[in-house]
Ligand binder design. Structure first.
Ligand code: TXA
Ligand code: MG
Length: 327
């Protein structure tokens, strides 16, 4: 299994950076989810990410930077709105998709002429990038299509046998992946995430568009089934709906509730996302709760819908993809 090392310790950052410099992979925390990092300029190392995650090679990887210098090294910045977005949201959970420079290999971008880039708001991540002295390419540190990790233990469970080190930064502060924004004439949100559409809208008042199911694939990672637990998951309006469904008869049921549960004893296990009904808190708890329900003895997980506003939209997007698999 991987060694879990305290991330807020320079000695461990140094250790992890040496591994990355020599072409290995390291899992590390960001403010959104844990990432599985490689030196973005090392083709072979980036190839390992695809192997370890069992990720299809058509799915491009986000490049994490710690300075403006690195940003200028990897992409072209000829749109005025980029400055507004960066000033307001970096470091933070916003990924920008921009025209790539030659320095970024097509393995990272899965053959696209754009590169996805972000500056994480996490001291461990930033220190690691700085210590490596190069941008770090990192997808979420989970097996492809499975639940994302918001704790070191989640990474250990899925990838522990395949990597040497996990830097532990505790539970991630946001809990959902970054929001992915394609900078074109229109600004297109390719993936809803920890930065809400409403917040982005305050900075770029017009030109903002949410891409639902594009005809041409704009974001190859945005497939229909994703973020999926191993158990089947079904989305419901409320707990009453569960017991009206024929196939819940005789099943051990796990329930992911939004604010409260009335009949706790009807379920094998229950997780409540936010008793206050706070969508930020719900986002923070989302993957951790799902990991726990998935580890239970239940046959099936039911998840309650949350309001589709602010981070609720990003949660709903993930629930819909997690439930896409046929029963
Ligand atoms: O919060 C996050 O973004 C985390 C942490 C580790 O930074 N990373 C993450 O990476 O979620 P990943 O690989 O799980 O998701 C990256 C998403 C995928 O949907 C991928 O298709 C999209 O970003 N993406 C990457 N490069 C792209 C590009 N050039 N054009 C369009 N979409 C791109
Ligand atoms: Mg992912």
């Amino acid at each position: 299994m991987a060694k879990i090392l305290k991330g807020l310790d320079y000695k461990n950052i140094k250790k992890a950076s040496l591994l990355i410099k020599r072409g290995d992979l390291v899992a590390f925390p960001t403010e959104t989810v844990y990432g599985l990092g490689a030196n973005a300029y090392d083709k072979k190392a980036v190839t390992k990410i695809f192997e370890v995650k069992q990720r299809p090679s058509f799915d491009p990887i986000i490049v994490h930077i710690s300075s403006l210098k690195q940003l200028e090294e990897i992409c072209y910045l000829n749109d005025k709105r980029i400055g507004d977005l960066i000033r307001n949201f970096w470091p933070g959970p916003l990924t920008l998709v921009l025209p790539k420079r030659r320095k970024v290999n097509y393995i990272v971008t899965a053959g696209l002429d754009t590169v996805a880039v972000r500056m994480p708001a996490n001291l461990i991540a930033l220190s690691l990038i700085q210590e490596v002295g190069a941008p770090i390419a990192a997808p979420s540190a989970n097996l492809f299509g499975k639940l994302s990790p918001t704790k070191a233990a989640h990474v250990q469970k899925q990838l522990g046998k395949k990597i040497k080190i996990i830097l532990d930064g505790g539970q991630t502060t946001f809990g959902l992946e970054s929001t992915v924004l394609l900078v074109e004439k229109k600004l297109k949100i390719l993936r809803l995430g920890s930065l809400s559409v409403e917040e982005i809208g305050r900075v770029v008042k017009k030109d903002l568009e949410i891409i639902k199911r594009p005809k041409k694939i704009l974001s190859p990672g945005e497939l229909k089934s994703h973020y999926a637990p191993t158990k089947p998951l079904i989305v419901v309006d409320d707990e009453d709906e569960i017991f009206k469904l024929k196939f819940s008869k005789g099943k051990q049921i796990a329930f992911l509730a939004f604010k409260k549960v009335r009949n706790k004893d009807k379920f094998l296990c229950v997780e409540i996302l936010s008793t206050k009904g706070d969508l930020n808190e719900a986002a923070y708890n989302f993957f951790d709760s799902l990991h726990r329900l998935d580890e239970s003895e239940a046959d099936i997980i039911f998840a309650q819908k949350v309001p589709r506003k602010n981070l609720g939209r990003a949660i709903m997007e993930r629930l819909e993809k997690a439930s896409y698999k046929k029963l």
